[in-house]
Design a protein around this ligand. Structure first.
Ligand code: ADP
Ligand code: MG
Length: 248
């Protein structure tokens, strides 16, 4: 269980203070696929960056299975897989396998474990054919697969993706969605931000709607549909924001 308790983060932007995340509290259960939506500037990236210990909150605490993520950084890092944007972070001059080996070694994995994990991921993502080719010649879709494999090399049980399909073509976006679909029900917790309501509708158990650093709605997607008597997420999102239906 991930527990976010009264977490806030401000930034100074041209001498003005911006409340990027404004005292939010959330519980995220293990094994759920959680969609994070909100307009640009809502605070999604800031929240995800705090969750993976890239930045520290000004106030509040985040714990994963009872461990404060800032005092147990190393432990938490091993449990998390993170992919920000559609930037793959891969080294073009290395082969797919070398990239995966490199990232595995950063987690202190043994050569044996890295080899086995690469085998499993290559099979899973259909990457065997190009595992030993340099990444520089890869299509966006192939790179995306290697990037997803990279986030999974150390077998994390929580995976965070910040707008993983933004800027991707249809094929690469589909690859990503298929991946989430495959992982549903395998006990991994997946949290991803997106602007695409269909992705939420197809893939998520839970939804977090953010607006101006606050949470506008958080809970089961099915419950939202039921209480609001609509399955139109675009409509529901807009109306939650327009009505200012904040319950934080
Ligand atoms: N490093 C930063 N410096 C200054 N302002 C920032 C920084 N990061 C985010 N912000 C501001 O915080 C707010 C939330 O940003 P962000 O978390 O990126 O939102 P989202 O990912 O939902 O688009 C925005 O107003 C943004 O301009
Ligand atoms: Mg963002």
């Amino acid at each position: 269980m991930i527990v976010i308790d009264q977490v806030s983060k401000q930034f100074k932007d041209k001498k003005q203070l911006v409340k990027a995340v404004d005292y939010i509290s959330l519980n995220i259960k293990e094994g759920n696929v959680v969609g994070l939506i909100g307009e640009n500037g809502a605070g999604k990236t800031t929240l995800l960056r705090m969750l993976c210990t890239l930045i520290a909150p000004d106030e509040g605490t985040i714990t994963i299975d009872g461990d404060n993520i800032y005092t147990h950084k190393e432990k938490v890092r091993h449990r998390l897989g993170v992919l920000f944007g559609s930037e793959t972070g891969l080294y073009n001059r290395l082969t797919a396998r070398e990239n995966l080996e490199y990232f595995g070694s950063l987690y202190g994995m043994s050569a044996h474990d890295i080899k086995n994990q690469i085998e499993m991921l290559a099979k899973r993502f259909g990457m065997r054919k190009y595992l030993d080719r340099r990444v520089e010649g890869f299509s966006k879709g192939m790179k995306q697969k290697v990037a997803i494999a990279r986030t999974l090399i150390h077998d994390p049980n929580i995976v965070l993706f910040d707008e993983p399909t933004t800027g991707l073509d249809i094929t690469s976006a589909t690859i990503f969605r298929e991946f989430i679909y495959q992982f549903k029900g395998e006990g991994k917790t997946i949290i991803f931000s997106t602007h695409i309501m269909d992705e939420i509708a197809q893939l998520c158990d839970d939804i977090i709607m953010m607006h101006k650093g606050q949470i506008v709605y958080e809970g089961k997607l099915e419950e939202l549909y039921e209480t609001e008597n609509s399955r139109d997420l675009n409509y529901l999102f807009t109306s939650k924001i327009v009505r200012g239906d904040l319950y934080v």
